[in-house]
Design a protein around this ligand. Structure first.
Ligand code: NGQ
Ligand code: ZN
Length: 452
């Protein structure tokens, strides 16, 4: 049992001071406000529920910065993908684990306490399955165990290279499974993640481009519970190709052909018409926004204002991990809307509401839903996942209440993070992960051999 005493905390009911929290088995067992500090371990500063990261490919952290040089023919998402395929083509299981450890360490330092890893790198470099088909799922789980981040593991189904049964290309050989192979993989992923006491395993059809309707249907039929994530409508070309294939836009097709509900997270969902937007909101599915990556890849701008006005649910993900920051994703989401609308404070829902508070609480709820975890609130029965901001940071020092969140998101970012606690265990102190030196040294060695 860990008995904490928090100076300031963001509870469901709002800001509170002198909060006593009892944690046992990783879970919050009791909360009291206006408590006394005696016999408790003090958490000085401003404690927030940790933010879930609802979408990532950890291995891509290793190529961050390697696709920012202009190529001969006009760079796009699709040329970036070629660079990405070349990079992943070299990775060994040890590389995958070392990069995942580094990325998840940075997620914790960046204010994310749980992760949905959209994991599609399954096979060996020659495209042949490993002796253990879930070898690389196991490496992701091992990295999560090393850094302490909460894990929702999403083994990805990838059966084709493009709409209408296009054969996979060389660069995709490490991803491909038929449906029977996929069932073995999911089974293997469950075993591989089973040693983590609270891992969740869901499913993830990669995209409508990468799965046949038949495989999609069979994967859904076999998954009676747990999260379901897929990439959708990220690029205009993808929307056009979907229309050419089916006569429908991607989200319209999905809403017509799959039982989309609360278990679903539609990652990106950038290009929606109004009917798709309202359909997605009405389905209570989560829009999995990855604003920094979407900006980096030139995807387009999600219609956040209309979606939130329709009651839509959202969370954020670090996706390509080009930059890892919970506050940064929320800031980029709001800024994309400001640039598009030439207006300010557009994602707050009411007059007088702080934009930072609206973004943070929205992404907590949507993120927790997408990860299928009891996280996202400092409340009895929830995982004790907390991010403690430094109340003395110059950007926060003279402030209080929601202004702290505005200053965290729009001003200081992750530099304001002091401690991070996952399932009641402190993993970051003074902004540094406890295993930073060892994980960083291993990552540096890994990158040196990959880029040699
Ligand atoms: C991915 N990433 O799977 O890593 C994708 C690129 C694809 C993003 N969509 C590959 N941001 O979509 O085919
Ligand atoms: Zn992705």
């Amino acid at each position: 049992m860990r008995k904490l005493f928090l100076d300031h905390a963001l509870l469901r009911t709002g800001w509170a001071r002198d909060v006593a929290i009892d944690v046992e088995g990783g879970t919050i067992r009791a909360i009291r406000m206006q408590a006394l500090p005696e016999g408790r371990e003090r958490l000085a500063g401003i404690t927030l529920p940790g933010l879930p990261n609802l979408h990532s490919h950890t291995f891509q952290r290793g190529m961050a910065g390697l696709a920012e040089t202009r190529g001969p023919q006009g760079d796009s998402f699709w040329t970036w993908r070629q660079v990405m395929y070349r990079f992943l083509g070299q990775l060994t299981p040890d590389d995958v684990e070392a990069i995942a450890a580094f990325a998840t360490m940075e997620m914790l330092e960046g204010g994310f306490t749980a992760l949905a890893e959209f994991h599609y790198l399954h096979h060996d470099r020659d495209g042949r399955p490993f002796a253990d088909v879930a070898e690389l799922s196991g490496r992701i789980a091992a990295a999560a165990d090393e850094t302490g981040i909460g894990l929702t593991l999403l083994p990805v189904l990838y059966t084709q290279g493009g709409f209408g049964g296009v054969a996979p290309n060389e660069g995709q050989r490490r991803f491909i499974n038929d449906i029977e192979g996929y069932f073995r993989l999911v089974e293997g992923a469950r075993k591989a993640a089973g040693f983590l006491d609270d891992a969740v395993v869901g499913i993830a059809p990669h995209s409508l481009r990468a799965v046949t309707p038949d495989a999609l249907e069979r994967a859904l039929a076999a998954a009676s519970e747990g999260p379901i994530h897929l990439h959708i409508a990220e690029q205009v070309k993808e929307v056009e190709d979907c229309i050419a294939w089916s006569g429908q836009r991607p989200v319209a097709w999905l809403l017509d052909h799959a039982p989309v509900d609360k278990r679903w997270c539609l990652v990106h969902a950038t290009h929606l018409d109004s009917a798709e937007m309202h359909g997605l909101a009405a389905a209570d599915a989560v829009a999995g926004l990855c604003p920094i990556t979407e900006a980096n890849l030139g995807d387009g701008i999600f219609e956040g204002v209309e979606f939130l006005a329709a009651g839509g649910r959202f969370g954020v993900g670090s996706d390509s991990n080009i930059e890892i920051s919970a506050a940064g994703e929320l800031k980029q989401f709001e800024y994309s809307q400001r640039l598009k609308r030439r207006a300010r404070n557009v994602l707050a829902q009411r007059d007088g509401e702080s934009t930072g508070r609206a973004l943070y609480t929205g992404a907590l709820a949507g993120g927790a839903q997408a990860l299928g975890r009891h996280v996202g609130a400092l409340e009895v029965g929830y995982r004790a996942d907390m991010v403690v901001l430094d109340a003395a940071h110059p950007a926060l020092a003279a402030l209080s209440g929601d202004r702290w969140l505005d200053a965290y998101i729009f001003v200081a970012g992750k530099a304001a993070i002091d401690q991070v606690i996952v399932a009641g265990q402190t993993v970051v102190t003074e902004g540094r992960h406890h295993k930073r030196d060892a994980i960083t040294a291993r990552y540096a060695g890994t990158m040196a051999h990959i880029l040699a």
